[in-house]
Design a binder for this molecule. Structure first.
Ligand code: ATP
Ligand code: MG
Length: 734
C-alpha cells in the first residue's frame, strides 16, 4: 500500500485547497524553515484521528485550522484527505475490493470532526481500525517527528514495548483483549446485577411465600366465617320473621282496638245526637209552655187590671152617687130657690170638675188631643143630661125638679152601671182562679221541662266527655299503631337485607349447630382474622410471577457465567497468542538489529531486552558501539542516538513494514558519512516501504526519487511545487 496523494484545505498554513502527490517511493520534502513541511506530517497524523493538540504542536484542536495571516483571513474549517493505492490489497476485509482507499477528516471551529472512508461517513473508530496493526496505528513507529529520533533510544520501557507490539500486530490483539475485557466487565457487571436482582427476587419470594400462606389462611378463615355468618343470618331471618309475625298480630289487635273504639265512639255520637235532638225538642216545648205561662199571666194581669179599674170606677160612681145624693139633698133643702143662672153655672162648674177628675185617670195613657175631645164630649154629654136649654124660660122649680130628676136618674144609672161593672167583674173573675190554677200547673210543667232539659244537657255533656275520652284513647292507640307499622317495616327491611345477603352465600356450605356456640365461634374467628393483620391478596399471583422471574434470572445468570468462562478462555487465548507474537517479533527485531546495527556503525551490537521476567514487561535498548565500552545510551552523541534509533525503527519495519514511513529531518544530526549510511538504508528499505522524508540534507535529497518543494512566497500560506535537487537546495537555503 502506498500513499498516493494528500489533499489539504484550511489546515494550518495550507489554507488553499491543494493536492500533494507522492509519486515515488522515496519522496523528499524540502523547503526553508517555517514553510510548512512539518505541517504536512501533522496533516497525516491528524487524518488518522489524532486527538492530542500537543502532538499536533497546537494548544487546542481548533488551532489546526488556518488562523489567518497578514493578507488572509482565518477560515472556518479545515479538511485533509489521504489517498492510498490498495491495488496490492494491503488493506483487506471490506476494503479488499477497492484499488484506492481514501480517508478524510473535516473539522469546524466548534471542534467537531467528521470522518469519511471512501467518501462514506465513518466513525473515528472505523478510521483507527483501518490503520490498526499496519504500523500506522496509535503507537506508530512509522512517523518519526522532527527532533524526536534521538530521544527514541531513551524512550520509556513501556513505549519501546508498544513499538514492538505495534510491529507484532499485537495492538489488534490488545484491542480484541480490551474489547473482551470490557465484555467480561460488562458480563460480570450484568451477572452482579442479575445476582442482585436474583437475591432481591429470592427475598421477595420468601416474603411472598409468607404472605401467600397468610392469604390462604385468611381465605380459609373467611370461608368459615361465611359459613358461620350464613347460619347466623338464617337464624336471624327466622327470629326476625317470628318478630314480624307477632308484630303483625299485635298490629292486628291494635287495629281491632281502633275499630272497637271507633264503634264505641259512633255509639256515643249517635246517643249524643239523640240527646241533642231531644234537647232541641225540649227547648221548643219549654218555649211553648213558657209562652202559654206568660199568656196566662197576661190574662190574669188583665183581669186584675180590670178589677182594679172597675173598683176605681165603682168608687168614682159611688162618689158621684154620693155627690148626687148630696146635691139632691141640697136641692131639696133650698126648695128650689136657686137662681137659674147661678144654678146653671154651678152645674157647669160641677160638670167640668167632674169631667176633669174623670179625665185625669186617662192622662198619660191616651193622646192629649183625644183626651181633650173625650173631655169635651163628656162635658157635652153631662150638659145634655142636665138639658139646660129646656129649662130656659121655665120656672126655677121646674128646673130644680128636672135637676133632681136628673140626679135621681143619674144615680139610678150609676147603680145600674155599678151593678153592670160588678157583674162583668164577677164574670171576669169567675175564670181567674182557673187561670191562676192553669198558670200554676203551667209553672209546674215548665219546672219539669227545665229539669228534663238539664238532665239532657248533662247527658250530652257526659256523651261528649265519653267521645273525647275515646278520641284521646284512639289517638294514643293510633300512635301505637304507627309505631308498630314503623317497627314492622323495619323488620321487613331487615329481613329483605338479610335475605339478599344470604343470596350471596348461595355457594357457601350449610352447617348445623347451636346459635350461641356459632356466635361465639364467629367472634373468635373474626378476632383471628383481625390478628392476621393486613393481607396481600395479590401475593399468590405475585409469588408465581416472581418464581418465574427467578427462573428466568437464574438461567440468564447461568448463560452469562458460561459466556464469562468462554470470554476468560478467549482472553487466555489472546494472551497466549499475543505473547507468542510479541516474543516472535522481539526475537525477529533483535535478529534484524544484530544485522543492521553493525551495518550502520561498522560493527557493534544492539539489542532490545525485557526489563523483567513479567509477561508484559517493558523493554530496554542495549547498544555497544564498535571499539567503545558498553556505554549507557544516554551518553551517546546526538548522531549516534539518531542512528541507533533508526536501526531500531528499521528493524521494526523489517518485521512489519508499515505502508509508508514519514521521517521529519531525522538526518539532521547526522554527519555526511552517517547520512550516506542512513539514506542507503532507506533506499534499501524502500523496496518494501514508501518513504516520505523532510530533509535539508543534499545527500538525502540526491537519493530521493522525487522532491517536493514547500514554499511560503505568499507570507503565511504554504504552497507545494515539484523541484529538482538544485532547486531543492536553493529552496532549502533561501
Ligand atoms: P522547519 O524547517 O523549521 O522545521 P517547517 O517547514 O517544518 O520548518 P512548519 O513547522 O511546518 O515549518 O510550519 C510552521 C509554520 O506554520 C509557522 O510559520 C506557523 O506560523 C505556521 N502555522 C502553524 N499553524 C498554523 C495555523 N493554524 N494557521 C496558519 N499558519 C500556521
Ligand atoms: Mg519542520
Amino acid at each position: 500500500m502506498r500513499l498516493k496523494s494528500l489533499k489539504l484545505s484550511g489546515f494550518k498554513s495550507f489554507v488553499d485547497p491543494i493536492q500533494v502527490d507522492f509519486p515515488g517511493i522515496m519522496c523528499g520534502i524540502v523547503g526553508p524553515n517555517g514553510c510548512g513541511k512539518s505541517n504536512i506530517i501533522d496533516a497525516i497524523k491528524w487524518v488518522k484521528g489524532e486527538l492530542s493538540a500537543k502532538s499536533l504542536r497546537s494548544e487546542s484542536l481548533q488551532d489546526v485550522i488556518f488562523n489567518g495571516s497578514d493578507n488572509r483571513k482565518p477560515v472556518s474549517h479545515c479538511s485533509v484527505e489521504l489517498f492510498f493505492d490498495n491495488s496490492e490489497n494491503f488493506l483487506g476485509g471490506e476494503y479488499l475490493k477497492f484499488d484506492e482507499v481514501s480517508v478524510k477528516r473535516e473539522m469546524g471551529r466548534d471542534g467537531q470532526s467528521t470522518y469519511f472512508i471512501n467518501n462514506a461517513s465513518a466513525r473515528r473508530r472505523d478510521v483507527q481500525d483501518l490503520f490498526l496493526g499496519t504500523g500506522l496505528g496509535a503507537n506508530s513507529y512509522a512517523i518519526i517527528e522532527q527532533g524526536i529520533i534521538s530521544s527514541l533510544v531513551s524512550a520509556k520501557p513501556e513505549e519501546l514495548r508498544s513499538y514492538v507490539e505495534e510491529a507484532a500486530g499485537i495492538t489488534k490483539y490488545k484491542e480484541r483483549k480490551r474489547e473482551t475485557e470490557s465484555r467480561i466487565k460488562r458480563t460480570s457487571e450484568n451477572i452482579d446485577r442479575l445476582k442482585d436482582l436474583e437475591d432481591e427476587v429470592k427475598r421477595s419470594i420468601r416474603r411472598l411465600n409468607a404472605e401467600a400462606n397468610l392469604t390462604t389462611k385468611y381465605k380459609k378463615l373467611r370461608e368459615k366465617e361465611k359459613e358461620l355468618s350464613k347460619f347466623l343470618i338464617n337464624s336471624e331471618i327466622n327470629a326476625l320473621t317470628d318478630q314480624l309475625k307477632s308484630a303483625e298480630k299485635e298490629n292486628k289487635s291494635t287495629e281491632d282496638g281502633i275499630e272497637k273504639l271507633d264503634g264505641e265512639r259512633l255509639a256515643f255520637t249517635s246517643k249524643r245526637d239523640v240527646s241533642k235532638t231531644k234537647l232541641m225538642e225540649g227547648l221548643k216545648d219549654l218555649e211553648d209552655q213558657q209562652r202559654v205561662f206568660f199568656e196566662l199571666g197576661a190574662k190574669i194581669s188583665l183581669i186584675e187590671e180590670k178589677e182594679k179599674s172597675s173598683n176605681t170606677r165603682i168608687s168614682e160612681l159611688e162618689l158621684e152617687q154620693e155627690k148626687n145624693k148630696k146635691n139632691l139633698a141640697d136641692l131639696s133643702d133650698d126648695g128650689g130657690a136657686v137662681e137659674t143662672s147661678s144654678a146653671e153655672s154651678d152645674v157647669e162648674k160641677v160638670i167640668e170638675s167632674e169631667v176633669s177628675t174623670e179625665i185625669k185617670n186617662f192622662q198619660g195613657k191616651i193622646d192629649e188631643s183625644v183626651l181633650e175631645i173625650l173631655k169635651q164630649s163628656l162635658i157635652k154629654f153631662w150638659k145634655k143630661g142636665f138639658d139646660f136649654g129646656k129649662g130656659k124660660g121655665s120656672d126655677n122649680s121646674e128646673t130644680i125638679n128636672s135637676l133632681k130628676e136628673q140626679f135621681v136618674e143619674r144615680n139610678k144609672a150609676i147603680i145600674t152601671e155599678i151593678e153592670g161593672i160588678k157583674k162583668d167583674l164577677k164574670n171576669e173573675k169567675s175564670g181567674l182562679s182557673d187561670l191562676v190554677e192553669n198558670r200554676k200547673e203551667q209553672e209546674g210543667k215548665i219546672t219539669t221541662l227545665r229539669a228534663n232539659q238539664d238532665n239532657l244537657n248533662e247527658e250530652v255533656r257526659k256523651f261528649e266527655a265519653e267521645i273525647t275520652r275515646l278520641e284521646t284513647q284512639k289517638e294514643a292507640i293510633s300512635q301505637k299503631r304507627n309505631e308498630e307499622e314503623v317497627n314492622k317495616r323495619s323488620l321487613e327491611n331487615e329481613i329483605k337485607e338479610k335475605t339478599e345477603k344470604l343470596d350471596t352465600y348461595k355457594d357457601v356450605k350449610d352447617i348445623q349447630g347451636e346459635e350461641e356456640d356459632i356466635s361465639i365461634e364467629l367472634e373468635r374467628l373474626q378476632q383471628k382474622i383481625m390478628n392476621l393483620g393486613p393481607i396481600n391478596f395479590a401475593a399468590p399471583e405475585t409469588l408465581e410471577a416472581e418464581k418465574q422471574r427467578k427462573e428466568v434470572l437464574t438461567s440468564q445468570i447461568e448463560e452469562l457465567v458460561e459466556s464469562l468462562s468462554k470470554l476468560d478462555e478467549a482472553i487466555k487465548k489472546i494472551d497466549r497468542e499475543s505473547n507468542k507474537s510479541f516474543n516472535d517479533c522481539l526475537n525477529s527485531t533483535n535478529k534484524f538489529l544484530e544485522e543492521i546495527f553493525p551495518k550502520l556503525f561498522d560493527g557493534g551490537f544492539c539489542k532490545l531486552n525485557p526489563v523483567d521476567s513479567s509477561e508484559d514487561s517493558g523493554l530496554i535498548l542495549m547498544a555497544r558501539l564498535p571499539g567503545k565500552k558498553n556505554t549507557k545510551l544516554s551518553q551517546l552523541s546526538g548522531g549516534e542516538k539518531a542512528l541507533t534509533a533508526l536501526a531500531l525503527v528499521f528493524s521494526l519495519f523489517s518485521i512489519n513494514p508499515a505502508p509508508f514511513c514519514l521521517l521529519d529531518e531525522v538526518d539532521a544530526p547526522l554527519d555526511d558519512e552517517n547520512t550516506v549510511r542512513f539514506i542507503n538504508l532507506v533506499s534499501e528499505m524502500s523496496s518494501k516501504v514508501q518513504f516520505i522524508f523532510v530533509t535539508h540534507n543534499k545527500i538525502s535529497m540526491e537519493k530521493s526519487t522525487h522532491l517536493l518543494g514547500v514554499t511560503m512566497r505568499d507570507l503565511g500560506v504554504s504552497k507545494v511545487v515539484s523541484v529538482d535537487v538544485e532547486q531543492a537546495m536553493e529552496l532549502a537555503q533561501s
